[in-house]
Ligand binder design. Structure first.
Ligand SMILES: *Cc1c(COP(=O)(O)O)cnc(C)c1O
Length: 364
């Protein structure tokens, strides 16, 4: 079996057999008089151009720019409504309800388990190692990923997707690249390894996307929400082998990129936009370093975890009291105590906003 076939045999059989919805915009190109999609010939109220027309399902200009940015070919890229939609598409494409499972490495991003729950897939957990700066428990991940399915009544099926978040949310550190690749190679033909790189732009290390060409069971998730400041626009990209992208195309909603979103994304990805994003990332990283250096001098702060992201996870004596002090001053952080005891996740904002963080914490 070829490497690509071994990936396709992981897809839900009913999705492989599915005839996807064929939209008017997919079926026809290059006309003069467009009377095929029951659109209104104009937009009565809004004067913005082209809002009366259905958008291109995967705008080629946007795909070309995203592929160039992420260092893949256009056939390896699918644009989605945020990378959250990419997570959902992967669940629905690969996991059979009541049969298949995902593997996560907590503490980690909460959407994986939610998407699995919606799809009716079980979630197996192999925790990151707290005593080793939240490192991957590589051998345990591989062993769990390879384990044969338990009987259906045990509620745990075969692992189809392994979600690795690097840098990890909420802990902030990168996973070891060699360890991640070891998992990818060990699970070749057995499971898809999804590396969520929502924060990799802040880390200074290169993406794993270049490894997709030689590892068709590797999927990488990227987003314009964080480094490009476009969380409100909802632009994520799933990077994968073209065969996987083609299957995800069958599952994705017909028009995931609204026309105003396309305009914003193209502006962000222009030469000017890329330069501005690089400058923004550099100043956020400089602020993160400044705040990370200042925090340990405050009595309330017991520990600052190393960060390769635009946030810091800190351990305090009493997270509930600290959160309340923040709220009283109108400063909102995220309590992550349920994931890591007495830990709070603090996003790096402007210098002024970060000073507010430091000021409030200095009084706790
Ligand atoms: C913010 C975040 C996302 C979601 O990004 P969107 O593109 O806005 O959907 C995905 N993964 C992680 C780890 C995140 O923190």
């Amino acid at each position: 079996m070829s490497a690509v076939d071994s990936v396709l045999q992981l897809v839900r059989p009913e999705i492989l057999a599915l005839a996807p919805y064929s939209s008017a915009r997919k079926e026809s190109k290059g006309g003069r008089v467009w009377l095929d999609a029951n659109e209104n010939p104009e937009t009565p109220m809004v004067r913005q151009p082209l809002l009366n027309r259905y958008p291109d399902p995967q705008p080629p200009e946007l795909i070309a720019k995203l592929a160039a940015l992420y260092g893949v070919s256009p056939a390896q890229a699918l644009v989605t409504r945020g990378s959250d939609e990419g997570i959902d598409l992967l669940l629905r494409t690969f996991c059979r309800a009541g049969q298949d499972a995902i593997l996560i490495t907590p503490p980690t991003y909460g959407m994986y388990i939610v998407a699995a729950g919606i799809q009716g897939a079980a979630t197996l957990s192999v925790p990151l190692v707290h005593g080793k700066n939240f490192a991957l428990d590589t051998e345990a991940v591989i062993a769990t990923g390879l384990a044969p399915p338990k009987p259906a009544d045990a509620g745990e099926g075969r692992v189809k997707l392994v979600f690795l978040c690097s840098p990890n949310n909420p802990t902030g550190g990168l996973l070891d690249r060699a360890a991640v690749l070891k998992v990818v190679k060990a699970l070749a033909g057995r499971a898809i390894v999804v590396v969520d790189e929502a924060y990799v732009d802040f880390s200074g290390v290169s993406s794993l996307a270049a490894e997709i060409a030689t590892n068709p069971n590797l999927v990488v998730l990227r987003t314009l929400s964080k480094a490009f400041g476009l969380a409100g626009a909802r632009v994520g990209t799933t990077l994968a082998d073209p065969a996987i992208i083609a299957v995800l195309q069958k599952v994705i909603a017909p028009y995931p990129v609204p026309a105003p979103v396309l305009a914003s994304a193209l502006a962000a990805l222009s030469e000017e936009g890329l330069t501005a994003a690089r400058e923004s990332v550099a100043s956020i990283v400089a602020e993160r370093i400044r705040v990370a250096d200042a925090l340990p001098q405050l009595a309330a702060v017991k520990r600052v975890w190393p960060s390769d992201t635009n946030y810091l996870l800190i351990e305090v004596a009493d997270a509930t009291r600290t959160m309340a002090a923040g709220r009283a001053a109108g400063v909102i952080w995220r309590d992550r105590s349920k994931d890591v005891p007495n830990c709070i996740r603090i996003t790096i904002g402007t210098a002024e906003e970060n000073n507010a963080t430091l000021e409030v914490l200095s009084r706790v």
